[in-house]
Design a binder for this molecule. Structure first.
Ligand code: NA7
Length: 444
């Protein structure tokens, strides 16, 4: 980043430590007025919200935290220095991606680790290891092809999808494919068969394979059972990927507490109290996730045409054309937000696509001597319907208890937010819009 900033002389255009409080559109001047916490006001023709989709850390409202005598942290707001849990009694709340990656490392250092689990999720082995020189050479030699493939792929990366359907092949072949994907690690399992996220029978086969792995790895059958995900489809809560996650529960210094059956009642000066027991700890780590996808944007007071606020417009869920441009908010663009592949893809790829697409639109306006682009209500509505229609073809709507739906944030409307039609398909649709003279936008 430093290299790029120097090389392209970008520093003069960057303000650091500038928290934006509001952005207001002035319809007469066709400009955005952006105000920072320091009171500075910047006038801009365009405003691009690149505020991130998993950037607003959420600490659950559990009574008593202010009275806790120990240290506490949120995984999404981790201090760069100064955290050392060596020899301490640690509580980790949450077993999503952050929890499953953090827990094995904390267990190695802590005197004792108590994990407070509400919903067990599926955790794949990350299979991280030191880079093998030959592999690195091969990958680098193929960078252009790999990048080109990723751009048109379903999820924006190079993980090959198996085109077969799960129940088309024999039980042995199915098992071999699942085993191969387990060995490859990370999120490869999602692409073991083409219908894993569509056919409940295929999905259950995959889920059962992973449940078998948990039973194999975790020595205490009761603990294994507690760790076993049930009641939602495999992959419909964001799949986790960690190193030695299930193995960690074989350690003597790790205890798993099921807070679904005995919820956390309060935080006490010395630890946590569930409805069943008190757990004294020195450190509490909240691995409890984020106000996902919309949180960072709705924290800014954004007003478009006629003074309408984004909060009002999105009161029942986020709305925008292509996930990029909310109608009623001219010259405002969103990078990798709801209604686009976003968290449902390799984020880097999706961010690049949006940045290039938005930059091209801005350039096009300037070349034509125009000053304003605004999505029409009609185009926005049709896009929302398309996003929902595509989601309906998958198993996601059947398991709405995830942050994809905003289910982890109290009071948030339950709407499935990402576009699951595929990264390549999305890119094509966005390019078609541009090729058809920005169909669905009013340019003026
Ligand atoms: P996630 O995936 O939202 O996981 C948060 C975890 O914290 C999850 O297990 C939650 O259980 C749990 N949680 C949240 N609130 C509570 C309370 N009040 N009590 C007990 N447990 C709670 O966040 P991550 O940071 O792990 O990952 C975010 C994304 O980053 C991830 O999906 C990847 O895309 C990368 P729940 O499942 O809600 O019952």
């Amino acid at each position: 980043m430093h290299h790029v900033a120097e090389r392209f002389d970008l520093r003069r255009d960057i303000r650091c430590d500038a928290r934006v409080l509001s952005a207001t559109f002035d319809a007469d001047a066709s400009r955005w007025s952006v105000r920072t916490e320091d009171g500075e006001v910047v006038s801009a023709q365009f405003c691009v919200l690149a505020t991130g989709v998993l950037s607003v850390a959420q600490v659950p409202a559990i009574d008593g935290l202010e009275d806790f005598h120990g240290e506490w942290y949120h995984t999404g707001d981790w201090p760069h220095e100064g955290v050392d849990v060596t020899g301490k009694r640690v509580a980790v709340i949450g077993t999503g991606s952050s929890g499953t990656q953090l827990i094995p490392l904390v267990a190695e250092q802590a005197a004792h680790l108590t994990v407070f689990q509400r919903t067990p999720n599926f955790c794949m082995p990350a299979q991280n290891h030191a880079m093998i020189e030959k592999v690195e050479r091969e990958w680098k030699a193929e960078y252009p092809q790999r990048r080109a493939f990723a751009r048109v792929s379903g999820f924006g990366h190079n993980q090959l999808s198996n085109p077969q359907k799960a129940m088309e092949v024999s039980a042995e072949e199915r098992s071999a494919e699942f085993e191969l994907r387990w060995q490859l690690g990370g999120l490869y399992m999602m692409r073991a068969f083409s219908d894993i996220l569509v056919d409940p029978v295929a999905n259950e086969e995959c889920a059962e394979f992973v449940r078998g792995k948990i039973r194999e790895i975790v020595r205490d059958p009761e603990v294994a059972e507690k760790l076993t995900p049930r009641g939602f489809h495999f992959g419909t809560k964001r799949l986790c990927s960690g190193t030695g996650y299930y193995e960690t529960y074989n350690r003597d210094n790790v205890t798993l507490v099921d807070v679904r059956s005995a919820p956390i009642e309060r935080i006490t000066p010395t630890g946590l109290a569930t409805t069943e027991a008190q757990y004294d700890v020195d450190v509490i780590v909240f691995a409890t996730g984020f106000d996902a996808m919309t949180g960072s944007m709705l924290k800014i007071d954004i007003h478009g045409v006629g003074g309408q606020s984004l909060q009002e417009k999105w009161a029942h869920g986020p709305r925008s054309y292509l996930g990029v441009a909310p109608a009623g908010f001219p010259n405002l663009f969103i990078v990798a937000g709801p209604g686009s592949p976003s968290v449902f893809s390799n984020m880097v790829n999706s961010i690049e696509q949006h940045v290039e697409w938005i930059a091209t639109l801005i350039e096009e306006l300037s070349l034509r001597g125009l000053s304003r682009a605004e999505a029409t209500e009609n185009a926005e509505q049709q896009w929302i319907e398309h996003v929902n229609e595509v989601a309906e073809r998958t198993l996601y709507p059947r398991s709405p208890n995830s942050w994809f739906f905003g289910a982890n944030t109290p009071g948030k409307p339950r709407v499935f937010m990402p576009y699951v039609g595929g990264v390549g398909t999305y890119r094509q649709k966005a390019d078609d819009v541009a090729a058809k003279d920005y169909e669905g936008f009013a340019l003026s």
